[in-house]
Design a protein around this ligand. Sequence first.
Ligand code: 4NP
Length: 157
Amino acid sequence: MIKVLFVCLGNICRSPMAEFIFKNMVCKKGLADSFLIASAATSYEETGNDIHYGAGNKLRQEGIPFTRREARRITPKDYKNFDFIIGMEESNIAGIKRIVGEDKDNKIFKLLDFTDSPRGIADPWYTGDFDATYEDLTAGLEGFISYLISEHLIPDR
Ligand code: 4NP
C-alpha cells in the first residue's frame, strides 16, 4: 500500500483537487487498492470546511468524482503514517516541516518537482483560475505516476 498525502495551505482548493484527480487516475489504472490517498492543510483557516465550490465545479466539469469532505490540518502522526507528503509550493513545504519536523525519511516533495518544469502551483483561492490549477495538478500527478513506475513501486500500465 502506497500512502499519499497532498498538502496545501487551506485544504479546500489545491490539495483536495489533487486528491480526487489522483484517485481517479489510479482507479483508471486498476490500482485503487494499492493506494491510500488523502489531503490536508498547513493552516487551521478552513478546518471542517468542504471543498471550495470553484474546485468542485472544475472537478465536475472534468468528470472527476469527488465526495463531501472536511478540511483538516496535517499532524506529526501523518508524517509517520504516509509514504509521500506532497506540497503544492515552497511555502507549503516550509509549513509542513514546521508542523512535522525535519524530513528525516525524505518523504516530503513538491508536486511539480515530478515534472520537467519544477515550480509552485499558484493558489486559486487568490487567482480564481481553477483551470490553471487543474492543468498544473494534472501535469504534476502524471509526473508522480511516472516516478512511481520508474521506482518500480507500481506496474507500467
Ligand atoms: P488552498 O487555498 O491552499 O489551495 O486550499 C486556500 C484556501 C483558503 C485559504 C488559503 C488558501 N485561507 O486562507 O482561508
